[in-house]
Design a protein around this ligand. Structure first.
Ligand code: 5GP
Ligand code: ZN
Length: 118
């Protein structure tokens, strides 16, 4: 069973923010922003590329609720999902990173000149 399935089942502890029957939001163990939350479906889905439209339709209002609960709807936030190898996905269970609490930078994401990668 993957690590986020174990977190969803409560077999590995997490610092929870919001939970319902189908989704869980908890603090990232290694935050890269003042607020760094991970939002997952409890059901194992590998990544965004394989999520069903039905599950995503339910996940969207859950993510919005987490943002509102943390008052990030007022200040703004960034929502990221890393998908597969080039996306830098390390945990193979769909998760959205909800980042906020400071004005976030937007910089070159590759080590190379992005114009040369086209
Ligand atoms: P990815 O690179 O797959 O998009 O992001 C995985 C994220 O999961 C990373 O930001 C990492 O810090 C976080 N993470 C990995 N293991 C655990 C854990 O056991 N607990 C929590 N709360 N976060 C974790
Ligand atoms: Zn899983």
């Amino acid at each position: 069973m993957c690590i986020f399935c174990q977190i969803a089942k409560g077999e590995i502890p997490s610092n929870k923010v919001l939970e319902d029957e189908e989704f869980l939001a908890f603090h990232d163990i290694n935050p890269i922003a003042p607020i760094h939350i991970l939002i997952i479906p409890k059901e194992h889905v590998e990544n965004f590329q394989s999520v069903s439209p039905e599950l995503m339709a339910k996940m969207t209002p859950f993510i919005q609720k987490v943002a509102s609960q943390l008052c990030l709807d007022q200040t703004g936030y960034r929502l990221i999902t890393n998908n597969g190898r080039d996306g830098g996905q390390e945990v193979p269970h769909l998760h959205f990173h909800l980042l906020g609490g400071a004005k976030l930078k937007w910089t070159n994401l590759t080590h190379n000149d992005p114009h040369k990668n086209l």
